[in-house]
Ligand binder design. Structure first.
Ligand code: NAP
Ligand code: GLV
Length: 317
């Protein structure tokens, strides 16, 4: 039986299927670079996820022809895996697109609405026993319907966020994307990130992580936002200069931020946690029972395809 490492516990029905075919080892935490290198030499296949450090150095340490031949990643984002180094070492990498698009877009909208309507702040006040009752001027937030939504990265999740904005909230949709992209609902692609940041009332970031997008949202991009603007990141923490974001939020230069992802997860800076104009979620994008099971199934199906000698359908390298 081939040896399969699943680096974190996944849905039981998927685990059972994996155990029918492989000698399964179940991990319980993110792999460091050294642990990733060791795993590449000890297992035939690995089902990793976010935080497992399959860096170029890990592949180098594992040698030219590691025992592992496939990383069936649990997650659509795979910036924790150097897919180019993997290919150079004969390791296939796959991911789990589409099945998490709606759940992640819903978290984007949870953040848009809860930041605009000060839901986190209001709930904290009520739980602290400090609510004094309804008041015509108390806890006023920002209206969402009819405003301008700006999407950075108009891929699967960006489009799902934008559709909800157009059809559900009557918003004008603008987007900034690496390449020209046509969509099947009213939305306008803008040429510059600066234009998008300066025009939108709500900016939602949905680009992949990695070298190309690291700190794409820098101090200058944030400075272009309207003082009433709300910034939402459901992509990867490193896409945003977190220190610059904290500064604009502390100074009140934008109205608020809703974040699902952070530069050094699970660390969330104390200064960010102290801000009332910020809604902070613990990377919940795909976290529904149904979605996480579908992701596990897709990750395993790719590994099963490889084991059958077929081409894994969600191959990325
Ligand atoms: P996708 O379909 O590949 O969409 C990514 C989009 O970003 C593409 O349209 C791409 O443009 C664009 N893009 C890439 N680099 C860019 C750049 N430098 N500037 C502007 N646009 C750029 O991916 P997806 O399925 O929507 O997922 C997007 C990301 O969301 C994932 O990679 C992951 O990091 C994150 N995510 C987070 C959660 C969560 O739990 N918060 C859950 C799922 C996913 P092109 O058309 O040129 O390729
Ligand atoms: C989650 O962040 C993913 O990329 O699937």
């Amino acid at each position: 039986m081939k040896k399969l490492l699943i680096t974190r516990r996944i849905a039981e029905p998927v685990l059972d299927q994996a155990r029918d075919r492989f000698d399964v080892t179940l991990g319980d935490g993110a792999l460091t670079e050294d642990q990733a290198a060791a795993a590449l030499t000890a297992y035939d296949a690995i089902l990793p996820t976010l935080g497992d450090a399959f860096t170029a150095k890990a592949f180098e340490e594992a040698g030219a022809n590691p025992r592992c031949k496939i990383l069936g990643n649990f997650g659509v984002g795979y910036n924790h895996i150097d897919a180019t180094a993997a290919a150079a070492h004969g390791v296939i990498v796959t991911n789990t697109p589409d099945v998490l698009t709606d759940a992640t877009a819903d978290i984007g909208w949870t953040l848009i609405l809860s930041t605009a309507r000060r839901a986190g702040e209001g709930e904290r006040m009520l739980r602290a026993g400090q609510w004094g009752g309804f008041g015509p001027k108390s806890m006023l937030g920002t209206h969402v319907t009819g405003k301008v939504l700006g999407v950075v990265g108009m891929g699967r999740i960006g489009q799902a966020v934008a559709r909800r904005g157009h059809f559900g909230f009557g918003m004008e949709v603008l987007y900034y994307n690496r390449s020209p992209k046509a969509v099947d609902f009213p939305a306008r692609q803008v040429d510059s990130l600066h234009e998008l940041m300066g025009t939108a009332d709500f900016v939602v970031v949905t680009v992949p992580g990695g070298a190309e997008t690291t700190r794409l949202i820098n101090a200058a991009a944030l400075a272009a936002m309207k003082p009433t603007g709300i910034f939402v990141n459901i992509a990867r923490g490193e896409v945003v200069d977190e220190a610059a974001l904290i500064e604009v939020l502390e100074a009140g230069r934008i109205a608020g931020a809703g974040l699902d992802v952070y530069e050094k997860e699970p660390h969330v800076p104390e200064r960010l946690r102290a801000l009332e104009n910020c809604v902070l979620l613990p990377h919940l994008g795909s976290a529904t029972v149904e979605t996480r099971q579908a992701m596990g199934q897709m990750a395993l199906d790719n590994i099963l395809a490889w084991d059958d000698g077929r081409d894994p359908p969600q191959r990325v390298n």
